[in-house]
Ligand binder design. Sequence first.
Ligand code: FES
Length: 148
Amino acid sequence: MKRKDFLKTCGYACLGGSTMITIMQSCTVTKTISGNIEKSDILVAISDFQSLEDSKIGYKKYIIVNNDLLKFPICVYRIDENKYNALWLECTHQGNEVQVFGDKLQCPAHGSEFSNSGLVTNGPADRNLRTFPVTIEGNFLKISLKAV
Ligand code: FES
């Protein structure tokens, strides 16, 4: 095999491998659940954040919460065992759905970016994402939807 062909083959193999890893990571990282709405709160079991990795219980950084009554999903970040951030995934620029990438959220429409606390880090959006108060009650998070 000529050097040029060898490099070309290796390049395709690396590209295929990294693409596959990205696809597999995106499949395993994001967890979406359906949250129950009671009165003006949406309830999320704290155990929904748990994940089993190498026979140890770990915690997902965030989960996405849906409900048919909601126009947009809510991303709930687990900052620590006592602090959670609940973010409405509607972009404050022109109302498209924001996508979650680890600790960063990005709008596919025009590229606005937000932190995991909902702060704008890159425009064109000039307002933070809407957030909701989260309280811990027993084994559940109560996310108040009064502002929706
Ligand atoms: S709608 Fe999100 S950046 Fe424009």
